[in-house]
Design a protein around this ligand. Structure first.
Ligand code: CDP
Length: 208
C-alpha cells in the first residue's frame, strides 16, 4: 500500500506522514530531505543552485548529509526549492523515491509531487495545507524552540517565495493531484489533523 502526502512548507505534511506510517505500519520517506541534500551539497561545492549543471552535479551527494541537522534549516529549504526547479535534478532523484515507494509492503512518502509524479497510482493521496500566517507561526515557534531569533516578516516572505517557486515551476509543480483529498490543518491540533488524515486514508482505501 502506498500513501502519498503532498503540501507546501510547514503545512504539517511531514508530521502527518510520519503518523500515518506508524498507524499503518509503513516506512516513511521525507522526499524534501533529498532536495535539501542537493541544495546543501551545491553550496558546499561552491556552486550556484540556480545553474542546472551545478545542481545536477550535487545529486551525487554523500548519504551522510541526510543526517545533518543543518539540512532542516529554512536557509537550506530555500536552496532546496531553487535546485528542485531543474528537470535533470528531479529526474536524478526519481528512482530513489520510486524504489522506496514500491518496496514490498508499501510505504508513505511526503513531498510536493508524490501523488502527481512519483506515485500517481498511490492507494491514498492527501494534500495537506494551512494558511500562510499559521505556517509562519509554526516556523516561528520551531525556530524559538531551537534557540533562534526568528523575524516574523522574514518567515512570511520566505514561505510566500517558496510557495510561488514550488507552484509556478515548469516541472512537477506543487498542486493537489486528481483524487487527492484536501486536509487544511490551519485550525487543527496535531492530534486532530492526524485523526482526520487517518479517516481520509481509510475512506480512500475503502473506496478502492
Ligand atoms: O519541510 P518543508 O515543507 O519546508 O520543505 P521540504 O519538504 O523539506 O522541501 C524543501 C523543498 O524541496 C521544497 O520547497 C520543494 O521546492 C522541494 N521539493 C520538491 O520539489 N519535491 C519534493 N517531492 C519534495 C521537496
Amino acid at each position: 500500500m502506498i500513501i502519498a502526502v503532498d503540501g507546501p512548507a510547514a503545512s504539517g505534511k511531514g508530521t502527518i506522514a510520519k503518523a500515518l506510517g506508524q498507524h499503518y505500519g509503513l516506512p516513511c520517506l521525507d522526499t524534501g530531505l533529498l532536495y535539501r541534500a542537493v541544495g546543501l551539497a551545491v553550496l558546499r561545492a561552491g556552486g550556484d543552485p540556480d545553474l542546472e549543471e551545478d545542481a545536477l552535479a550535487a545529486c551525487d551527494f554523500d548519504d551522510n548529509l541526510l543526517a545533518e541537522p543543518t539540512l532542516r534549516t529554512e536557509a537550506v529549504g530555500s536552496l532546496a526549492s531553487r535546485v528542485s526547479v531543474h528537470q535533470s535534478v528531479r529526474a536524478a532523484l526519481i528512482s530513489r523515491q520510486r524504489d522506496f515507494a514500491t518496496q514490498p509492503g508499501g510505504a508513505v512518502l511526503d513531498g510536493r509531487d508524490i501523488a502527481t509524479v512519483i506515485a500517481p497510482d498511490a492507494d491514498a493521496k492527501i494534500f495537506v495545507t494551512a494558511s500562510v500566517p499559521v505556517r509562519a507561526e509554526r516556523r516561528f515557534a520551531d525556530a524559538m524552540a531551537h534557540g533562534g531569533h526568528p523575524d516574523m516578516d522574514t518567515l512570511i516572505a520566505d514561505i510566500q517565495a517558496r510557495d510561488t517557486r514550488d507552484m509556478s515551476r515548469d516541472h512537477a509543480p506543487l498542486r493537489q493531484a486528481d483524487g487527492a483529498d484536501l486536509l487544511d490543518t490551519s485550525n487543527l491540533t496535531i492530534d486532530a489533523a492526524v485523526r482526520q488524515a487517518i479517516v481520509l486514508v481509510d475512506a480512500q482505501l475503502a473506496g478502492r
